[in-house]
Design a protein around this ligand. Structure first.
Ligand SMILES: *Cc1c(COP(=O)(O)O)cnc(C)c1O
Length: 388
């Protein structure tokens, strides 16, 4: 079985060593030494002065909105994970969707400007699949209209923009360290800001608003994370260069081998400083997409329609017509991408997709699930009729 994603896991012994130290200290949560160590190492790895480790990426977004005291309308992207929109609504604000760019899948700055009203207080944009938004254009709009900027940078670990971590942009950036992300701490996330006051506010908010054991500085929530989660992060951080290198290798292999198919790829802002976290493909037609999903699933290879559906169709938002987003959500899937995926897995996926493209739905299903037999069969078809 090839799932769409698999979490990276360090050797159990490596994690076990951290467990031994936790058992010795009996300090399980509440800003413990492993949480502190993880924060320090992340700052150093990312080249950033400030960050706060949070219980999840969603909590990070909610704390960001709360700390910026946002009210009214927040302009956001319809093409993201549900948490981007739900956190706006959860914090009592109204999401206003601006359509996306066809090639980068990121929010279109020209559409942001058109969506501004007297009620607009902020822009919440996602760097989709880790591909940075047009940060300069967004910041320019924010400056001109006096708006705050939050980035949902959940996919962005290791991504740089203009030689700095992409987490360094916006009033606040929020990321996720969920198990499905390129760098993970099982569950977890972080907020980043350059503003010391905002950092302080978010630090209080993360811990119930406590300012010492008997005093409260602000309204807060439980946004902390545990020593067990931090330990996973410390282990995974030891492997991050290897994880990033492998992702790039796999991504480029996909690109090469799928180049001749009727699919298009995300236009990347800067290939040199990208993290290659996902492999999205957009099909020319929905029919071809469904046929590929089906043919792959038949061989126990699973993709995911991601992101789907458009966030503007959520039951708790006002529906709005966003033609570019609609055209993407209906035709996009993410192909399997994870550390232990192999190049021959990718070749297998490409062959199945190629076969569907060339023979459509009329291709007889292979009579076997045996991958060696299947591969041979596909190979035969390919060598007879098409060139890879
Ligand atoms: C994963 C993800 C989130 C939510 O992060 P959690 O840590 O799962 O709460 C938010 N936005 C995007 C774009 C994501 O991919």
């Amino acid at each position: 079985m090839i799932p769409v994603t698999k979490p990276f896991l360090p050797q159990i012994q490596e994690y076990g060593e951290y467990m031994n130290t936790i058992w010795e200290r009996q300090w399980l949560t509440n800003n413990g030494p492993l949480v502190n160590e993880l924060e320090l190492k992340l700052k150093s790895y990312l080249g950033l002065d400030h960050l706060l480790y949070i219980s999840s990426g969603t909590m990070a977004l909610q704390i960001a909105i709360k700390a910026l005291k946002l009210k009214g309308e927040i302009i956001t992207t319809p093409f993201s994970f549900v948490a981007t929109t739900s956190s706006i609504v959860w914090e009592g604000c109204t999401p206003v969707f601006a359509d996306i760019e066809k090639d980068t899948f990121n929010i279109d700055p020209t559409k942001i400007e058109k969506a501004i009203t007297p009620q607009t207080t902020a822009i919440l944009a996602t760097h989709v699949f880790g591909n940075p938004c047009d940060i300069d254009a967004i910041q320019d709009i924010a400056n001109r209209f006096n708006l705050k900027v939050i980035y949902d940078a959940a996919h962005c670990f290791g991504v740089k923009y203009k030689n700095k971590s992409v987490f360094d942009y916006g009033d606040v950036s929020a990321t996720s360290f969920h198990a499905t992300k390129l760098f993970h701490t099982i569950e977890g996330g972080a907020v980043f800001t350059k503003c010391p006051d905002l950092l302080k506010t978010m630090a209080f908010m993360r811990n119930f608003g406590h300012n010492g054991p008997e005093e409260f500085a602000d309204l807060g929530i439980n946004g902390k994370n545990s020593e067990f989660h931090a330990a996973m992060g410390l282990c995974n951080l030891n492997h991050i260069d290897n994880i990033l290198e492998r992702r790039k290798d796999l991504y480029l292999h996909y690109r090469k081998i799928l180049g001749g198919l009727g699919v298009s790829f995300q236009k990347l802002k800067d290939e040199q400083s990208y993290n290659y976290a996902y492999f999205p493909v957009v099909f020319e037609s929905q029919q071809l997409m469904y046929a590929c999903i089906e043919a792959l699933a038949h061989e126990k290879i699973f993709c995911r329609r991601y992101f789907y559906p458009s966030l503007s169709s959520l039951p708790y938002v006002a529906p709005v017509n966003l033609p570019v987003c609609e055209s993407i959500v209906n035709n996009i899937i993410c192909l399997p991408m994870y550390h232990s995926l192999t190049k021959s897995d990718i070749e297998m996926i490409a062959r199945i997709m190629l076969r569907v493209q060339n023979y459509g739905l009329s291709v007889p299903s292979p009579k076997t699930h045996d991958s060696a037999v299947l591969e041979k069969e596909i190979e035969e078809i390919l060598t007879k009729k098409v060139e890879v």
